[in-house]
Design a protein around this ligand. Sequence first.
Ligand SMILES: [Zn+2]
Ligand SMILES: [Zn+2]
Length: 306
Amino acid sequence: MANEITVTFLGTSSAPPQLSRKQSATVVKYKSHTLLYDVGEATQYQMIKHKIKFTKLTIILTHLHSDHTLGLMGLLTTRNFRNIKTPITIIGPEWTSKFISLLFFAYRFKPDFEITIIETSGGIVLENKDFTLESFPLSHSDTSFGYNLVTKPKIGRFNINKAVKLGIPKGELWKKLQNGNSIEIDEKTIHPSAVLDEVEDDSMKITITGDTPFDETTIEHAQNANLLIHDATYPSYEEERAKKYLHSTCVDAAEVAKKAKVKRLIMTHISELHKDLDESLRDAQEIFSNCEFAEDGLKIKLKFKD
Ligand SMILES: [Zn+2]
Ligand SMILES: [Zn+2]
């Protein structure tokens, strides 16, 4: 079966409550990883509804506003109640550690599982054999970040002839190269590309902004993304309000998608000021046609080429 990434929108509303939309939370599943971007008020209920496990989670906070973090304590408390011992990683901007320890103090909460907190100020946040997660600063709150998830490209087959020709002795060094690591022989560095067959770069990129006004930084960082998930709090005619409250209109989101040459745009963080979503969608599609509004429960699959 081809590899795929599944994105599930658990909450697609801006901060004030709406009956049809919950506050921000988006889940990205890839291989054995479950990444939860933002944890709005009703996140754990939405996780149960959409069958997202509480066990293996990496939580990524775009910023610390309450409509993106209110569900965090509930979710962590439930892990204690259910006796879930698997460790958890929480990634967020500067102040995330302080923020979480203050919450724990206020609620007299002690987790029965290990928590690793990573504070980002931009750049690579996390890297493993399957993906790289990188953050970039946005101008929404004092510290807000967008995130790029980039999957690692498929590795070509180890070419024994090339290895022998280069005089690399069989054994440990072959293994290192096969795993994508460079080696040193006679003070010369040999990169894996020298002994692996060439394959097409099949890496995928998902850019998630969290709350943001129209921002050139996003255009720069979202270049050629397979999927851009962008703030579209307001309809096109609320441009002034968007600037004032440091959010985007649907047209701003479409402009960013177009300028960043992304393949697909999904707009979220939707306020009730969108009186007619179809009209807002038409406004956005005039600028960037492959776009849609998220709905709570929307699930999309991004498939890799075979
Ligand atoms: Zn928000
Ligand atoms: Zn916010």
